[in-house]
Design a protein around this ligand. Structure first.
Ligand SMILES: Cc1cc2nc3c(=O)[nH]c(=O)nc-3n(C[C@H](O)[C@H](O)[C@H](O)COP(=O)(O)OP(=O)(O)OC[C@H]3O[C@@H](n4cnc5c(N)ncnc54)[C@H](O)[C@@H]3O)c2cc1C
Length: 294
């Protein structure tokens, strides 16, 4: 099903997120996943970065794998909580030397026991990282930050959280990617708040394909995203019929993406979980790529 819709004529920002593989099998299949996703013509790949020490070399290795297997731009994520200025400066220098021009600047999450205003390190919030990047490297990097249409789970309320988002924009963020969500209205409400606050940077919805009941419930629970009741009930019912569950999941997420794009979203950022199939299926449903094969 190719959708004949007006958004296709606009230059959309379509990006794919990868994580550094944690197993030898994941590592072995990564080049093929990258090649399949690259064929869909994304604007860039992003690569996650663990907070407080985990996965940090993995981000760089994965970035090099993307560079080696396709010519698509790569944006490493950089988390700052628990890090020193010297450590962050070293990461930035390494990325600059590798030709990187885009960074996803984040606070990250330390284990709950270490996560407090007195956490070790020179940074406590992402706006401090954005300021540090601008102070040390000027305009070299295009800086993406995270946005939370359904509020960050640790924020006391949505007004405070929005003010904190604004701080990141004022510190020099060029664009934002949202946390995953399944309520288009939450995104549109967030965009209305941006409009009223004079925030004009692109805010690209983060899209998580639905491929299983337990994992989507876990992802939503982990980041405070609301999985609509009717979707949760239907996924639970289809839990033992994987093809039917995946058809339903693809239908729900395709409809979400269509609504977002028709409502003016400037693009889509797919949380691929290092699997090409579910994301490419959505791109194909949305008519986003001429290269996606049957
Ligand atoms: C697109 C995207 C990509 C992600 N990639 C990764 C990744 O690669 N690795 C990883 O570990 N995690 C990643 N995360 C998760 C992210 O690290 C967590 O959501 C984390 O809890 C918050 O990061 P942040 O950059 O949004 O933090 P912040 O913007 O710093 O916000 C964190 C919390 O602190 C509050 N706050 C912000 N600034 C201040 C301030 N100055 N004073 C007081 N309170 C403040 C906010 O309201 C919010 O509740 C990603 C999230 C998104 C949406």
């Amino acid at each position: 099903m190719l959708l004949e819709i007006a958004y296709m004529v606009l230059p959309l920002s379509i990006s794919f997120e990868l994580f550094p593989p944690r197993t030898p099998e994941g590592l072995a299949k990564l080049p093929a996943v990258i090649a399949q996703l690259a064929a869909a013509g994304p604007k860039y790949f992003s690569v996650t970065h663990g907070a407080g020490g985990s996965e940090q070399d993995g981000t760089y290795e994965t970035l090099l794998t993307v560079v080696k297997h396709c010519g698509v731009e790569v944006a490493p994520h950089l988390t700052c909580v628990g890090s020193t200025r010297a450590n962050i400066a070293a990461h930035l220098q390494r990325y600059r030397d590798a030709g990187v021009r885009r960074i996803v600047a984040l606070r990250g999450d330390l284990p709950a026991t270490a996560m407090s205003a007195s956490a070790p390190g020179d940074f406590h919030y992402a706006n401090e990282l954005v300021s540090f990047i601008r102070e040390t490297l000027g305009e070299h990097f295009l800086i993406e930050v995270a946005a939370y249409p359904e509020m960050h789970p640790q924020a006391p309320n949505s007004t405070v959280d929005f003010e904190n988002f604004k701080r990141k924009v004022e510190a020099g963020a060029d664009a934002a990617i949202t946390q995953l969500f399944y309520n288009a209205d939450a995104y549109f409400h967030f965009m209305e708040r941006c409009e009223k606050a004079g925030i004009r940077i692109p805010v690209v919805p983060g899209i998580m394909p639905i491929t299983g009941f337990a994992n989507i419930v876990r992802f939503c629970g982990g980041c405070g995203a609301d999985l609509p009741r009717w979707v949760r009930l239907r996924l639970e019912e289809l839990e033992d019929d994987k093809p039917a569950l995946q058809d339903f999941g693809a239908e729900v997420v395709t409809r979400l993406c269509e609504t977002l794009l028709r409502g003016g979203a400037p693009g889509l950022h797919f949380y691929t979980i290092n699997q090409a199939g579910p994301t490419l299926r959505l791109c194909k449903n949305l008519g986003l790529s001429l290269h996606v094969r049957e």
